[in-house]
Ligand binder design. Structure first.
Ligand SMILES: [Zn+2]
Length: 134
């Protein structure tokens, strides 16, 4: 947006003009607030394709990993994704028996390694593209 005082262009998030220090008026701030939701929706509907970067959302993958262990299915790694879900489902179902404990521990270790990779931006989807923070 442009400063109402000196006319210099400023960052949309700026509260004060970088050129003259004039406070940018509340009317312009309100316009920015109104403009933001359609822009955000557009990003979700049409993910920006960057070289080497997965269109999958990293935060969604983290939530899938924590709550379902299904992040591998989410990124298209269907085979290992189903294996991971089966591991904790079978581990949970057999938790009253001795076999359930190593299965569950195996799942937890695997899921935690994946979770760390996702958080670090080192996890890849089925196409070998990195899930990174956008
Ligand atoms: Zn100014």
């Amino acid at each position: 947006m442009f400063c109402s005082n000196c006319g210099k262009e400023n960052n949309n998030e700026a509260k004060f003009c970088h050129s003259c220090g004039q406070e940018i008026s509340g009317v312009q701030t309100a316009q920015v607030t109104q403009a933001a939701p359609p822009a955000a929706a557009g990003v979700q509907n049409q993910p920006t394709v960057q070289a080497g970067v997965s269109p999958k959302d990293r935060t969604t993958a983290i939530l899938f990993c924590i709550f379902l262990g299904a992040h591998r299915i989410y990124v298209g790694k269907i085979g290992s994704g189903i294996a991971m879900v089966l591991l904790w489902v079978v581990g949970y179902a057999t938790s009253a028996m001795a076999i359930g404990i190593p299965l569950t521990i195996g799942y937890l270790i695997w899921a935690i390694i994946d979770l760390v990779k996702i958080v670090q931006g080192k996890f890849t989807d089925s196409n070998g593209l990195l899930l990174i923070k956008k």
